[in-house]
Write a protein that binds this ligand. Structure first.
Ligand SMILES: C=C(N)C(=O)O
Length: 127
C-alpha cells in the first residue's frame, strides 16, 4: 500500500520535519495543527476559542486535501497549555466539530509563546 504525502496551501506549512498529513489506504493521519493563518503564518486569535476555531479550520483543510472530512474522523487529540481553557475550548470545539463527536483525548503541554492549542486527527475513509 502506497504512503501518500498530503499537502495543502489551505493549512499552514509548519517549520518542522513533518508532512501536513499522510494517507495510507483508508487511513489519513493529520499532523498536529496550530492556530496559524495559512497565508501569513501568523497566530490567529488571542482566546482559546478563536485559536481552536482556526486550528480546526486547518485540520479540516488537511483532511479535505486528503479526500476526507470531519465525518471520516475517528479520533482527535487536543493539546492545551492550561486546564483553565478546557471549557472554552469545548464550546468552540463542539460548534466546529458537531455531533456525532469523534473519540477525543485532551492533553496538557507547553506550546511556543502565543499558542494555546494544537489538534491532530486520525481519519479512516470508506473503502
Ligand atoms: C507542529 C507540530 N505538529 C510539530 O511540531 O510536531
Amino acid at each position: 500500500m502506497t504512503r501518500t504525502v498530503i499537502t495543502t496551501e489551505n493549512a499552514p506549512a509548519l517549520a518542522a520535519p513533518l508532512s501536513q498529513g499522510i494517507r495510507k489506504g483508508p487511513v489519513l493521519q493529520v499532523s498536529g495543527q496550530l492556530p496559524l493563518d495559512p497565508d501569513t503564518g501568523h497566530v490567529v486569535g488571542t482566546t482559546v476559542a478563536e485559536q481552536t476555531e482556526q486550528t480546526l479550520r486547518n485540520v479540516i483543510a488537511v483532511l479535505k486535501a486528503g479526500g476526507a472530512g470531519l465525518e471520516d474522523v475517528v479520533m482527535l487529540r487536543v493539546y492545551l497549555t492550561d486546564l483553565a481553557h478546557l471549557a472554552e475550548m469545548n464550546g468552540a470545539y463542539a460548534a466546529a466539530v458537531g455531533e456525532p463527536f469523534p473519540a477525543r483525548t485532551t492533553v496538557y503541554m507547553q506550546l511556543p509563546p502565543g499558542l494555546l492549542v494544537e489538534v491532530d486527527a486520525l481519519a479512516v475513509l470508506d473503502d
